[in-house]
Design a protein around this ligand. Structure first.
Ligand code: DUC
Ligand code: ZN
Ligand code: ZN
Length: 470
């Protein structure tokens, strides 16, 4: 099957051009000048011609942080690989990197096998894995080398969740030293979980059990302190560091200082930290705030977090926007914490809305179109060893392409989203722009407001080392 996309504005991380894109099978084979003999010949020979007039043509989104089916707090994230990746496709994301999870005492290779089994044959779009290490010991340190050879080139550690995922400083240092050796990227959940658990216990003892207390006890100082500590440990180990889901200005400052010192320290933020806040969302009436319980938590609108994060995205102290997609329904799931916020499963679903929500930064003049593409597609692909196939439209790349219509508005709602969630964290938000067409390796997944894919279209990708490391 050959496809020609014509009349659109092709946007990459480095510029925008009026070019036609020729696709043969799963790959982009050429970018052609409109009106040229080659473009004319391509159009006559193409089996399928897409007219993208008035629209942007961008590389498919790469969401480097999702948790389909994550077991958490006695329940599982409500999107399966099937439902979550289909929702991602609707939103213009054509690749996810999900996290295989090793908890204390579990064998890493067995946990990775389990994640492969969950995802195989289920996904609408292509996928890869990071590995969560819940217990750093000699076995997991050895396994890190094996996994890097298998294309799992990044490992997430937790400074939070004592007794579940928590790694102490010595364990973190050892894993970082291993990463220094084998070229892997260390991803860090940077919150001081020991101190948070003390504050949480004290809050509950005082009878402060509502969802908003989740945000109060997970103080910005404890995110900043952990981020700073992670940076120092990375310096000692000579390892690269990628801070996940950064939400506080003070943590961003620690990242910016490390980067100014020349360190290979990177950070991601997520749409929820750019748009949602404690007062209007986490402290919503009744138990509605539970829908906004995630970690790191939302921050106060009376401080400067949102503005600082947008600035961080502009100046590259924040290099990636991912979602930390980790949906739980209100019914039976968030409700587990009705009497105690500590029992509310942590997470917000958003895999479907990332491209739209970050495009609003373009509309508002916070980001250029090119930066939008860079943050949502190109840098995550480069950061996590997928670039060339993903994150770019060029000959030889996978034909993962989104045609984005800037002239249409969308309303976000639980009634129209495709994620398996019984509420939307962005209910009623009006978005300028809309994903019009989505191709994944040349196959049309979304067109004419319909899904044309099939479960199992998505393929597993082994990843290379990060392009951001020497
Ligand atoms: N944060 C969340 O909100 N959910 C899952 C894990 C995490 O770190
Ligand atoms: Zn985390
Ligand atoms: Zn996460």
């Amino acid at each position: 099957m050959t496809t020609l996309i014509k009349n659109g504005t092709v946007v990459s991380a480095t510029g925008r051009t009026e070019q036609e894109i020729l696709i043969d099978g799963e790959h982009v084979v050429a970018l052609l000048h409109p009106g040229s003999d080659l473009a004319g010949a391509a159009e006559r020979g193409a089996e399928h011609v897409i007219d993208a007039a008035g629209k942007y043509v961008v590389p498919g989104g790469v969401d480097a942080h999702t948790h389909m089916e994550l077991p958490f707090g006695g329940t599982n994230a409500s999107d399966t690989f099937e439902t979550g990746t289909r929702a991602a496709a609707w939103g213009g994301t054509t690749t996810i990197i999900d996290f295989a999870v090793q908890k204390y005492g579990e064998n890493i290779q067995a946990s990775l096998d389990e994640w492969h089994a969950k995802a195989a044959g289920e996904c609408a779009i292509d996928y890869a894995f990071h590995q969560i290490i819940g217990g750093v010991d000699d076995n997991s340190l050895k396994a890190m080398d094996v996994l890097v050879d298998e294309g799992i080139t990044s490992f997430k550690l937790f400074m939070a969740y004592p007794g579940v995922f928590y790694a102490d400083d010595g364990q973190i240092l050892k894993a970082m030293q291993k990463a220094n050796d084998n070229g892997a990227m260390i991803m860090m959940h940077a919150e001081n979980g020991i101190a948070i658990d003390v504050l949480a216990e004290q809050a509950v003892a005082r009878g402060e059990t509502d969802p908003v207390n989740h945000g109060y006890v997970r103080r910005k100082e404890l995110e900043a302190e952990a981020t700073f500590r992670a940076v120092q440990l990375a310096k000692v180990a000579g390892a690269p560091l990628y801070i996940v889901h950064l939400s506080a200005s003070e943590a961003l400052e620690a990242v910016a200082n490390a980067r100014n010192d020349g360190m290979n320290v990177f950070a991601e933020t997520c749409p929820q930290y750019l748009y949602l806040n404690v007062e209007d969302h986490l402290n919503a009436p009744g138990f509605l705030g539970a829908g906004y319980v995630c970690s790191t938590p939302l921050r106060s609108k009376h401080e400067h977090h949102h503005a600082d994060l947008w600035k961080g995205l502009r100046v590259n102290d924040l290099s990636v926007v991912a979602t930390d997609h980790c949906p739980f329904c209100m019914k039976d799931q968030k409700e587990l914490g009705k009497d105690d916020f500590r029992a509310i499963p942590n997470g917000i679903g958003g895999v479907e809305h990332r491209m739209d929500l970050i495009y609003q930064g373009v509309v508002a003049g916070e980001l250029t179109l090119e930066r939008w593409v860079e943050l949502c597609s190109t840098t995550p692909a480069r950061m996590f060893g997928l670039y060339g196939k993903k994150g770019v439209i060029q000959p030889g790349a996978d034909a993962d392409i989104v045609i984005y219509d800037p002239n249409v508005q969308t309303h976000i709602s639980v009634d129209t989203h495709h994620m398996n969630m019984d509420y939307s964290a962005y209910e009623g938000v009006v978005v300028d722009g809309k994903v019009d067409t989505v191709l994944s390796r040349g196959k049309t997944l979304i067109a004419d407001n319909a899904y044309h894919g099939t479960k199992g279209d998505g393929r597993y990708y082994k990843r290379g080392l990060s392009q951001y490391l020497m």
